[in-house]
Design a protein around this ligand. Sequence first.
Ligand code: GLP
Length: 242
Amino acid sequence: MTDVLVVKTPDEAGEWVASRFTATIATRPDAVFGLATGSTPLPIYRALARQAAEQKLDLSRVRGFALDEYVGLPEGHEQSYRTVITNEVVKTVGLNPELVHVPNGAIDGIRTAGERYEEAIVAAGGIDWQILGVGSNGHIGFNEPGSSLASLTRVVKLAEQTRQDNARFFDSIDDVPTHSITQGVGTILRARNLVLLAFGEHKAAAVASAIEGPVTASVPASAIQLHPHVTVLADEAAASQL
Ligand code: GLP
C-alpha cells in the first residue's frame, strides 16, 4: 500500500521527510540513507540540516549511499554526482564525507563497480531510508524504462529523454554522458523505507503511472508498489493526475 501525501510546497515535503530521518538517527546514530541527486530532494537536505542542529543531533556516524553516477566524467567534474553529493548533501547537512558512498563511474574498474557497490551496501547492513525522485519518463535512479525490476547496481545506457532533461546542466547535449552506473530497481526495493518525491506538472504523468498504473519495467517507478513501506510526497501539480 503506497501512502500518498499531497503537500503545499516542496519545503513541507522536506520537513516531513527530515523529521522521519532525525527520529531514526536519534535511536540509531549510524543509520544508513540512500541519497538522490536532482533538484527534487534538495528541500530534504536543507530541512535535515536545520532539524539536526535544533535537536543537537550527532550526525558524525550517519552513513549514505548515492543512487547513481555518470560513467566517464573526469574526477572532480562539477556535474559528477560525487561532486553534487559533496556540495549539496555532505556539506549542506554536515555529514562525514568518508561515510558517504557514490558508485564509481570511472571507466577503469567499471566492470566490477556495480558488484562492489552492492557489497558495500550489504556490509553496511542495508539502507534504512531511500530517497527517490522520478524522471519525467518514470525512471528512478537511472533505471530507465525497460530496466528489470530485479536489477542490481550496474551500468546502463541513458535514455535520450534523460540526456535531454539533464542537458541543462552541461554546455551542450553532446557533453551529457551516454551511460551511468545506478543502483538497480531490486537494490532500491531492498531498502527498509522508501520516500518518493515529485513536484510540478511535468511529473504528473510519471507519478500517476508509478502509483496507479500496472507494475511494469516500462515504468521503473511503478516498482514502488511492491514495497511495504513507501510514502509518495507530491505537490498538487504532481498529484494532479491521480
Ligand atoms: C536524474 C537522477 C534521478 C532524478 C531525476 C529527476 O536523472 N538520476 O535520480 O530523480 O534526475 O531530477 P529532478 O529532481 O531534478 O527533476
